[in-house]
Design a protein around this ligand. Sequence first.
Ligand code: GRF
Length: 221
Amino acid sequence: MSINIAVLASGRGSNLEAILEAIAQGKLDAKVKLVLVNVPGAGAIEIASKYGVATAVVPNAGLNRKEHEEKVIAELKKHDLDFIVLAGYMRVLSSGFLANFKDERGFFKVINIHPSLLPAFPGIRGYEEAFEYGVKVAGVTVHLVDEKVDHGPILAQATFNRAEDDTIESFKARGLRIEHELYPQVLQNIAKDGVTFFKRIKDETAEAQLNQGTDRETARR
Ligand code: GRF
């Protein structure tokens, strides 16, 4: 089944491009209905235009979080969307925003990619902090978004090794290539099978669901 998505970005948009390219190549059964950016001039806009995708620029400058989110929600609500896909969107989403995109089980239909093996190294310097820490195995995480930053049920993770002669640039470049493979794959899995993730037995929501008793949580759109 094909999924309708909006991609939210703030910067260069290389993950957006990977998603659009996967769709163009028939590897991802999805339609990007809208690319929304909060930074005028963000590279993601040009990429969206190259692929003929509708764009919206909603700058946050001069607005408080609620005012900005209301404008973003108004743009998103113009489309029939199955999922909101964050690809380098540098804004924390409030619970008020997320409440607009709740699925029937109470999870949010908002997906993010983060450049570390969560829960390690949340925040905006995932690759840098992992590198500075001296990790031997690094990685990227695709997860459902919840009210906490870089937090929520993990959909997929992929790892890569740090080489002894890596610089931060070569380390980041290797990670980014993995992001570009992983994100379209995860979205395709969702298009095919719905959202699936392992239970998190320390999580209250998952605990409640544990009582319902399956080994894996599966939600279909
Ligand atoms: C990526 O590293 C992503 O994991 C993080 O922000 C970066 C966005 O890069 N959330 P791009 O705009 O997709 O090139």
